[in-house]
Ligand binder design. Structure first.
Ligand code: GLU
Length: 424
C-alpha cells in the first residue's frame, strides 16, 4: 500500500499537528479544492472562559475553560468535555476536529466540537467539581443547545458532571431540556448501553479487523493501555470474546500476567480502590512503556494522545492496534507502524461507539421514548461494522492505510455536504 511521507515536523508533535497532518494527506489524495480545504481545516468557533470558583477552604481559584466548535456542517456540533491538567487550546482544537471526522465516518448527523477545563479532578471535592461544572455551563449558555452544540463526557468527566450540566442549562431555560447533553445518568434520560458504548465499539472493530487479518480471538493475546471508562469495558468485552488480556495499565503503572489478567477482578479492585489500580495483585507490576512494547497480538491504547511515538513505535510487537483513545499515535509514528506492517484501526473509527450511542441517547430524548439495551447495541454494532467496511473499501480504492482511508471517507462526506449547502 502506498504511504504519504510525513512532512518533517518536530519529534514532539502536538495533537493538532498530528490531526492536521492526516487531514492534509487525505485532502491531497481526495483532490480537495483549496477553498473547501481552507474552510475545513480550522475550527469555526473557539471560546475561552475564566471560571472563578470558591474552593472548599474558602479560597477563590480561577480555572480556564474551553469549547471549540470545529464544524457544524453535518448538524449540531457534538463532543465531550475533558477535565485534565494537560488541557490546552491546541489539544481541544485537535479533539474537536477529530469529532467532526468521527461523526462523519460513522455517518451520524453531527458536526464536531470539544470542551475542556484545565483542572485536576482527582484532587477536587464533589462540591468543587459541581461548582466548576455549573460555572462552565453558565459560561456556555449561548453555545450549548440540543440543536446547536451537545456536550458529553470525556476524560475526567462522567454521568454526574453531565447531570449537573443538564440541570444548570435547564434552570436557565425554565424547563427540563435533557437533549442538551448526552452521557447522562439513566434516570435523567441517559441511554442504556452508553457507559460501555466506546469500549464496545473498540471490541466490535477489533473483532472485524481480526477477521480480516485471519486472527482467531480465542488464540490471541491483548494489552490494554488505560483502564478508564473506555479501557475497562473494552478489556472485559474482549475477554468475553476469548482474547487473553495479558496486561492492563492506568496512571499508577501497568500490570502483567502471563496467564491473563482477570479483568472483572481488576474492575472490582479499581472500584473499591478510589478508581486506581495501585496495589492490584492480579499481575506483576511493569511500566506503562513496557506494556506498550509487550509481546501481544492486539494492542489497545485507551488513555490519551501521543503514547505511540517515534520513541517506541519501532519496538511495538502487536500485529493489530485498535485505538480506543483519541490520537494515541503521533503522525510521525504512523509511518513506522505502517512500514512494520502493523494494522491500525484508527481512533475516529475504533472509538466512535461512544458518540454513536450518544446520538441514540439524543434521539431517545427527542422522542421521549426509551430503547432497550439490545436495540442500542444492535444498532451501534451495525453502524460500526458498516463504517469499518466503508473505510476498508477506501484502503483498497485509494491504496492507503486505514488511518488515511478513514479521513478520506470523513472529509469526502463533510466536503460534499458543505458544497451542497453552499456558501454566501
Ligand atoms: N468523548 C467521547 C469521544 O471522544 C464521546 C463524545 C460524545 O459522545 O459526544 O468520542
Amino acid at each position: 500500500m502506498a504511504y504519504i511521507e510525513p512532512a518533517p515536523i518536530k519529534d514532539k508533535e502536538n495533537p493538532f499537528e498530528s490531526m492536521m497532518f492526516r487531514f492534509h494527506a487525505a485532502a491531497e489524495i481526495l483532490g480537495l479544492d483549496d477553498e473547501t480545504y481552507e474552510v475545513l481545516k480550522s475550527p469555526s468557533k473557539q471560546i475561552i472562559v475564566n471560571l472563578p470558583i470558591t474552593m472548599d477552604d474558602g479560597k477563590k481559584v480561577v480555572f480556564e475553560g474551553y469549547r471549540v466548535i470545529h464544524s457544524d456542517t453535518l448538524g449540531p456540533s457534538k463532543g465531550g468535555i475533558r477535565y485534565d491538567m494537560g488541557v490546552t487550546l491546541d489539544e481541544v482544537k485537535a479533539l474537536a476536529a477529530w469529532m467532526t471526522w468521527k461523526c462523519a465516518v460513522v455517518d451520524i448527523p453531527y458536526g464536531g466540537a470539544k470542551g475542556g477545563i484545565r483542572c485536576n479532578p482527582r484532587e477536587m471535592s464533589r462540591g468543587e467539581l459541581e461548582r466548576l461544572t455549573r460555572a462552565y455551563t453558565g459560561a456556555m449558555y449561548d453555545t450549548f443547545g440540543p440543536d446547536q452544540d451537545i456536550p458529553a463526557p470525556d476524560m475526567g468527566t462522567g454521568p454526574q458532571e453531565m447531570a449537573w450540566l443538564m440541570d444548570e442549562y435547564s434552570k436557565a431555560h425554565g424547563k427540563t431540556i435533557n437533549g442538551v447533553v448526552t452521557g447522562k445518568p439513566l434516570v435523567l434520560g441517559g441511554s442504556l448501553g452508553r457507559v460501555e458504548a466506546t469500549g464496545r465499539g473498540v471490541m466490535v472493530s477489533a473483532l472485524v479487523a481480526m477477521e480480516k487479518l485471519k486472527m482467531n480471538p480465542a488464540h490471541s493475546t491483548c494489552a490494554v493501555q488505560g483502564f478508564g471508562n473506555v479501557g475497562n469495558h473494552a478489556a472485559v468485552l474482549l475477554e468475553d470474546r476469548g482474547l487473553k488480556i495479558l496486561g492492563i495499565s492506568d496512571h499508577t503503572g501497568a500490570y502483567w500476567n502471563d496467564n491473563g489478567i482477570d479483568i472483572r477482578k481488576a474492575i472490582r479492585y479499581r472500584e473499591a480502590n478510589n478508581f486506581t489500580l495501585e496495589g492490584f495483585d492480579g499481575g506483576e507490576k511493569i511500566s506503562n512503556e513496557e506494556l506498550l512494547i509487550s509481546e501481544v497480538d492486539v494492542l489497545v491504547p485507551a488513555a490519551k494522545e501521543d503514547v505511540i511515538t517515534i520513541e517506541n513505535a519501532e519496538k511495538i510487537k502487536a500485529k493489530l492496534i485498535v485505538e480506543g483513545a483519541n490520537g494515541p499515535t503521533s503522525a510521525n509514528a504512523d509511518k513506522i507502524i505502517y512500514e512494520k506492517g502493523i494494522q491500525v484501526v484508527p481512533d475516529i473509527l475504533a472509538n466512535a461507539g461512544g458518540v454513536t450511542v450518544s446520538y441514540f441517547e439524543w434521539v431517545q430524548n427527542r422522542l421521549g421514548y426509551k430503547w432497550t439495551r439490545e436495540r442500542v447495541n444492535r444498532r451501534s454494532d451495525r453502524i460500526l461494522k458498516e463504517a469499518f467496511e466503508k473505510v476498508f473499501q477506501a484502503t483498497i480504492d485509494y491504496n492507503v492505510s486505514m488511518r488515511i482511508a478513514s479521513y478520506i471517507v470523513a472529509i469526502r462526506k463533510v466536503a460534499d455536504t458543505y458544497n451542497l449547502r453552499g456558501c454566501y
